[in-house]
Structures are given as C-alpha cells and as structure tokens.
Ligand binder design. Structure first.
Ligand code: NAP
Length: 419
C-alpha cells in the first residue's frame, strides 16, 4: 500500500507470516519506531550493534532492511499532531515484525497510553519477557545466575480491560444497584467499581504460545501463576484453562506435578515439559529463594506485570530487561523502560533494554548466531567494566562511557568473540 510518510526500503523483502520460519527471508524489512526522549540515542546505538552482529555472523548473506515508522512525538510533528497515525498500524500489519523505543504518554487531554493502544489495536496478546543474568551486570541478589525465566504475561484482559466506573457517576450507581439488588453482592457505599474479565479464549491462546515456545526452545517447565485461591472464577479459571490446553492439545509432550511423582519418581522424562502452578504471592518468594525451579512462566495481566518487573530487578533491573508484545500476525519488540526525558539527547543512558529486545527479535527470526554474538560481546564489554552511567555508579573501577561509545566498545568485542 502507499504510505504518506513511511518510506518502504527498495531492497529487502516482506515477512509474510509469523508461524513458519520459512516465511523469514534473508533480507527482511523490519519496522522500527525510534521512540521519544532517550529513544533516538538508544535506537541509533542498538541498530549499529544489531547490524554489525548480523554482518559479522553471516558475512553479508543476511541483512536487515530497516523501515522507519512513526509514533509519539516524532509522529505528532509529521502527522499534524497525531501521536499514533493509522498508517503505523497498517505498516505493522503489512510488515509483521518491528521494534520500538519508549513512548511518552502525554499527560491530560484524554490520551490513552500509546503502548496500550498498540497492544490492543494489533491484538498483541502475549507480553514476553525473558529474564536472565549476564556476567558482570550489577545485581542485588547473591546468585543472579540462577535466574533464567521467560514470562508470558496476558496483555489484553484482566483489570487492564478498562471496565471501570467512578464512584458517584450514574453508571457506577446503576451497576452497584444491580450487583446489590440482583446478585446480593455486599460492598461499601460510594465504592469505585472495576470489572476483571478473564476468558477461556484469551487464556488458552496465551498458554498455547507459551507451550509452543517451551517446546521449541527445549525449556523444562511451564508454571501457571495465579491468585485462584481468592479470585476463583477469573484467576482460578485461568489456571484451569491453562491445564486444559496442556492436557488436551499438548498431552503427549506435557506432564503435571502429580504425574511426575506418581509415575516418574520425581524425574522429568526426556522430551516432556512439566506443567505446574503456583499462587502469585508465594511465587515472588520462590523467585528470590528458589529461582532455579522455574523456566517459562504464564500469568494473567496484573500479576504478570508485577512479577516481570520484580524478577527483572534480580538481574539488574528494567534498564536492561528486554520485552516483546506478540500476537498471531504481528510481533513488536520493545524496550521495557520509559523515555527518561531528563536524559534526552545526552547520549548517556544504557541501551541494554532495547538492544536485548533486538536480540529477542533476532532469535525470533531464527538468527541465533547473531543473537549469541551480541550476548557474548556484551559480557566481554562488562568484563572490561566499560559501562554507561547507571552501571558505573554500582561498580568499583568502572569506566563510564556514552551510549554511542558503549555500542562501539561492544561491536569491537565481537571480533574477539569470533576469534
Ligand atoms: P523511565 O522513563 O523508565 O525512567 C525512570 C528512571 O529509570 C530514569 O530516570 C533512570 O533512572 C532510569 N532509566 C530508564 N531508562 C534507562 C536507561 N535506558 N538507562 C539507564 N537508566 C534508565 O520512567 P518514568 O520517568 O516513570 O517515565 C517517563 C515517561 O516514559 C512517561 O511519559 C511514561 O509514560 C513513559 N513510559 C513509557 C514506557 C514505554 O514506552 N514502554 C514505559 C514506561 C514509561 P535515574 O534517574 O536513576 O538515572
């Protein structure tokens, strides 16, 4: 289709589907949204790193054709005040895979979060956050190397569905009267009211995606995290529907904890994935005290939100935690932190979160050699204590460098990794 401001690169091929690696060409067109605030600095540095890794890993046989698309302040400047132009959605639907920097949510004026809008309009139902420690990253825990999980958080339902009624409004009073008079519910006068929908459809597609990922990557377990002991028909149903998918659609490849002990004496048989569940509150403790027991984690929206940031903190915080929002027809990788506006254009911040989101994107494409090259060069750079300000203030003897200098150092280390 013809775009108003988006320029489709003349070299490069379109990705035509997401569920089959053969749909990924060697010269794919990948979309990027630069992002607001620190977005320009970290996107510039990260693109240099991704391109260098692909070039060094494949010697020109593979190459990314970058296509800039617009959202946030840059879009508002180009599209007459429109922060989220329709053609951005169109381009993501057409080209399927993209990566984005952080976006400001303008305060006031009835703006919805641009990030939430992107997820909902494109139905990016799985928020995927791999959390693992890289050698040298400052961490508040003693053994961060034991944390290596991938969180699949539901992205479209739960209290994020936006079904809320402010106390004192006619809608609230109507709903309150219905709940009290028709259903016998009891709650204080003047309560704000919110509805938490969790569906079989939304839950099952998430669990399916998590199990497929676990199978593809040789992961050992999938843990369903929920608060079903209290919220039986939402969180409890989430747990039951997840088990249903495992049993009915992946029965040959999964076993439950009961089967593990009754039939296999506690030893996971080769080629099987253990499906288990944990109550949300104790899961936070487990992730601190026994992180080795967890691998892929599946959670509803709100609990998944809390858990993702808490686990990320164990390996260095959201400053380097990568993420992606993935649906059936679009995958959008993204930095998990915000726009840190006070650092805009200072070439100062850590590009790690965006850079590792790009590593996820390379893995998604099946370009594992390039992804591994970045991870290993990153560890070498940290071994040399060459870091941005945020890590420098937590490390003794560190050399503080700019965002662009960090990228240069990391790219330089790729040759040493390959040697
Ligand atoms: P933030 O932008 O994440 O920044 C909070 C603090 O985190 C920064 O001041 C900085 O800490 C640290 N930080 C963030 N990114 C860093 C990086 N790359 N390297 C090193 N340190 C980093 O959160 P915020 O100030 O609450 O939000 C600002 C704006 O971002 C808001 O408009 C919000 O809506 C938006 N936001 C967007 C997204 C998204 O696009 N996904 C996510 C969250 C927030 P120090 O001050 O200690 O140096």
């Amino acid at each position: 289709m013809a775009y108003q401001h988006i320029v489709v690169p003349s070299e490069g091929e379109k990705i035509t589907c997401l569920d089959d690696r053969s749909c990924f060409p060697d010269h794919p067109i990948l979309a990027f949204i630069e992002g607001d605030g620190i977005g320009a600095d970290i996107m510039r540095a990260s693109k240099r790193i991704w391109d260098a890794a692909v070039e060094k890993a494949y010697g020109g046989q593979r190459k990314i054709a970058w296509m800039e698309i617009y959202a946030g302040e840059k879009a508002a400047g180009l599209y007459g005040g429109d922060y989220m132009p329709e053609e951005t959605f169109e381009a993501l639907r057409e080209f399927k895979v993209g990566i984005k920097g952080p976006l400001t949510t303008p305060v006031g004026g009835g703006f919805r979060s641009l990030n939430v809008t992107l997820r909902q309009v494109l139905d990016l139902y799985a928020c995927v956050r791999p959390v693992q420690w890289y050698r040298g990253v400052p961490s508040p825990v003693r053994e961060p190397q034991n944390v290596n999980v991938v969180i699949y958080r539901e992205n479209t339902e739960d209290v994020y569905a936006g079904i809320e009624y402010q106390a004192g409004t006619p809608e609230n009073e109507k709903l309150a009267a219905f709940l009290r008079d028709e259903l016998g519910a009891k709650f204080f006068e003047g309560s704000g009211l919110g509805i938490k929908p969790i569906s079989a459809f939304g839950t099952k597609r998430l669990m399916r995606a998590a199990l497929r990922y676990a199978l593809e990557r040789g992961r050992k377990s999938v843990t369903i995290v929920h608060k079903g002991n209290i919220q039986k028909f939402t969180e409890g149903a989430f747990r039951n529907w997840c088990y249903e998918v495992a049993r009915e659609e992946f029965g040959d490849q999964t076993i439950t904890e009961d089967q593990l002990w009754d039939d296999y004496n506690g030893q996971l048989p080769e080629g099987k994935i253990l499906v288990k569940d944990r109550i949300a509150d104790i899961m936070f403790q487990h992730m601190l005290l026994r992180p080795k027991e967890f691998d892929v984690i599946v959670a509803p929206n709100l609990n998944g939100d809390y858990l993702s940031d808490a686990i990320a903190a164990e390996v260095g915080g959201v400053g380097i935690a990568p993420g992606a929002n993935i649906g059936d027809s679009v995958a959008l990788f993204e930095a998990t932190h915000g726009t840190a506006p006070k650092y805009t254009d200072l070439d100062k911040v850590n590009p790690g979160s965006l850079m590792f989101s790009g590593v996820m994107m390379l893995e998604f494409l099946g370009w594992q050699e390039a992804a591994d090259l970045i991870a290993r060069a990153y560890e070498r750079t940290l071994d040399q204590k060459t870091v941005t300000y945020d890590f420098a203030r937590q490390m003794d003897g560190a050399t503080e460098v700019r965002t662009s200098e960090f990228a240069t150092a990391l790219i330089g280390n790729m040759d040493a990794v390959l040697a």
